[in-house]
Write a protein that binds this ligand. Structure first.
Ligand code: SF4
Length: 284
């Protein structure tokens, strides 16, 4: 039975079955991305919304999302497209359209008069359909556009190697700094994310985001360890990697706790500033 090697779940897929991410399928004994070219969301967003604060500030970027995700964050704000979603049967509440890489690039070029600098792969987890990101990003570069990836970073080093030459900037979630949180709550793999980040640092502009969820990852010690690890990356150049400390709101399955206290966000940002040069607060 073929095994998908894109992420830590290593799904064993029978003919015709989908992986945990609902975006990859086994067909003819080979695993493909089933969501190739299927677009659930598209918008011209300010680059700061990705969030990227130190990459072409003031510009816009055409942001596209498909469906599927390989994490199971109980507070996901995009759960309608991230999980529980696949094409069979189509969801009447979410319009799904098909766009080839060249169609998307043409659309992105048509928006340059509105300040568009390129294409951001975002909203769902782009890495579960990395083939579409790769093909579109290659064409976008050939047309002089920039490419941005917004990701949870849970993918193999092989996927990272395949994409990095085509990506100009990334925002990667580093959702916490304990294996327990990553494995038990998010169904992710912290080491895989750390490896992905380490490989990306020298290759493109990188910013990181940590959502502070009360009771899960909100201690001084955790944010100190997380920010210290970032600062040591790339022989100390990591101290200049921007970190976004973001406020949680009760959503989806996690409604048993209040939104993160704003003062705590400001305090944890100060903790991170002891190790990092650029720390921003979000959702405050
Ligand atoms: S990318 Fe999807 S199919 Fe592949 S291992 Fe991860 S969850 Fe499974």
């Amino acid at each position: 039975m073929p095994v998908c090697e894109v992420c830590h779940h290593h799904c064993n897929l029978n003919e015709g079955s989908l992986g945990l991410c609902r975006a990859r399928i086994c067909k003819g004994g080979v695993i493909h991305c089933a969501n190739y070219g299927f677009i659930t969301s598209i918008a011209l967003d300010p680059i700061e919304k990705k969030p990227l604060n130190r990459f072409h500030p003031g510009s816009n970027i055409m942001s596209v999302g498909s469906y599927g995700c390989n994490l199971r964050c109980p507070f996901c704000q995009n759960h309608s497209i991230s999980y529980g979603y696949d094409m069979l049967p189509p969801r009447p509440d979410i319009p799904l359209r098909y766009g080839t890489p060249s169609e998307l690039v043409s659309l992105a070029l048509s928006c340059t008069d509105s300040g568009n600098i390129g294409i951001a792969f975002t909203y769902n987890e782009p890495l579960v359909g990395y083939e579409f990101v790769r093909d579109t990003a290659k064409l976008a570069h050939e047309s002089g556009l920039l490419n941005v990836l917004v990701s949870n970073g849970n993918a193999s080093e092989a996927v990272c190697d395949e994409l990095l030459p085509h990506i100009d900037a990334m925002n990667i979630d580093l959702k916490g700094f304990t294996d327990d949180y990553y494995e038990k709550i998010l169904k992710g793999n912290r080491q895989m994310v750390m490896n992905f980040i380490e490989k990306s640092v020298p290759a493109c502009h990188l910013e990181l985001t940590t959502l502070i969820v009360p009771g899960f990852n909100d201690t001084d010690e955790e944010i100190d360890s997380l920010s210290f690890w970032i600062s040591e990356l790339d022989s100390g150049k990591g101290a200049a990697i921007p970190l976004h400390i973001s406020r949680f709101f009760p959503r989806f399955h996690l409604t048993d706790r209040a939104a993160t206290d704003i003062d705590l966000i400001y305090h944890l940002a100060d903790v991170a500033r002891k190790n990092l040069k650029y720390v921003y607060t979000g959702n405050c």
